[in-house]
Design a protein around this ligand. Structure first.
Ligand code: 5GP
Ligand code: ZN
Length: 138
């Protein structure tokens, strides 16, 4: 897509540090890594978000995530890997080309802020109502 930086990365017009590639996906090192090894996996076909990406491409991304996470385990020996994906500017999606973040946490490494939300029990009736509404709309 014209003007999309991740499409430019796929075409090689913007340099990137390639981690993995296959017919459907490209994975590369995040240029502002939250932790060592922070990697992004993107579909080669432009799609902005979860509502636009094809089922085949999202499947390929998650298959690639297993390969890359397994390699991370061998190379970095993380104690955990956070997988994150944002949809929409209001939830801080900055690059409007679907991307899955793989963020390994090293032993003794600093806490991953985005994984540390406070657990506050909700109103069960409200939770039930909303859950049922979503389920019924599928
Ligand atoms: P978002 O908030 O949209 O989920 O995250 C976008 C991510 O893309 C950020 O972590 C940011 O560092 C990364 N990013 C943005 N531009 C570039 C770039 O030109 N090259 C690389 N390698 N990563 C980028
Ligand atoms: Zn794009």
């Amino acid at each position: 897509m014209e003007g999309c930086i991740f499409c430019k990365i796929i075409k090689g017009e913007i340099p990137s540090i390639k981690v993995y590639e296959d017919e459907r996906v490209y994975a590369f090192a995040d240029i502002n890594p939250i932790t060592d090894g922070h990697t992004l996996i993107i579909p080669k076909a432009h799609a902005e978000n979860l509502w636009e990406i094809s089922e085949k491409n999202i499947t390929a991304i998650h298959q690639a995530s297993i390969k890359i996470a397994t390699a991370m385990l061998k190379v970095l020996g993380p104690v955990g890997i956070a997988v994150m994906q944002l949809n929409g500017k209001e939830v801080n999606q900055v690059v409007m080309h679907y991307h899955l973040h793989l963020i390994p946490k090293a032993a003794g490494g600093s806490k991953l802020k985005m994984t540390e939300w406070e657990l506050v029990p909700g109103d069960v009736d409200k939770i039930k109502g909303i859950g049922e509404q979503i389920g019924a709309a599928i």
